[in-house]
Design a protein around this ligand. Sequence first.
Ligand code: PEP
Ligand code: MN
Length: 260
Amino acid sequence: MTVQIGKIKIGGPEFTVIAGPCSIESENQFRTTSQSVKNAGASLLRGGIWKMRTSPTAFQGLGESSFEFIKKVKAEIGLSLVSEVTDIRQVEEISSFVDAFQVGARNMHNYSLLKDLGKQEKPILLKRNFSAYIDEWLKAAEYITQGGNKNVILCERGIRTFEKATRNTLDLNAVVYAKKHSQFPVIVDPSHAVGIADLVSPLCYAAAAAGADGIIVEVHPNPAEAKSDGDQALTLENFDTMMVQLKKVLHAFDRTLTTA
Ligand code: PEP
Ligand code: MN
């Protein structure tokens, strides 16, 4: 099946690239990043408004103070936006300018949130929890579809293993398994999976070669200054280079990028 976010169809023959900052930090940062990833071939934007941070004293996202400039930048750039909701009350607040809601890894088991999201119409990008079995992830998707909303996109974002050299371990098994055993589109988040910017691009190519329906990648104009996940953010230039190589990998599999 395909799931449509704005004008973009995910899950067909084409490969969809979603890109943008981990957190939306300022009008300027969001505009610069969005314009640049669009020019490089991304067809959807990502950007956090409310962040699920490990530490309660870490940056929690701009929240409501960003709404007006996000609308303005989105209208200028002309791409649809995927953003995480951590509470069902946020859906109403942002539904006029957010085109798909992300359920973060930490909320994959928040069944009351999943049920509520199943009763509204916008597509849901469902991250796999870092310690969830594939089966638990697929059943979490059913919590959403049971409410009537069939528009779920699964996202593998790395799981916890014994390995500590990288932030998580990208489970490509889960990608090919979910493609075979579920009807939903499956995308890969290489940024949270590996956690190290220099290692993100090869995992983007691996996702394409493994038959994923797309990727969601963190990009920042100045990763050293990022308020969240700077270590794993591609620079604008890194992202451009990655996209050139990615197109070659897709070509080898007779696939192309989704175009906006
Ligand atoms: C994110 O996308 O920035 C994020 C917090 O992802 P995850 O829920 O996969 O950790
Ligand atoms: Mn992040």
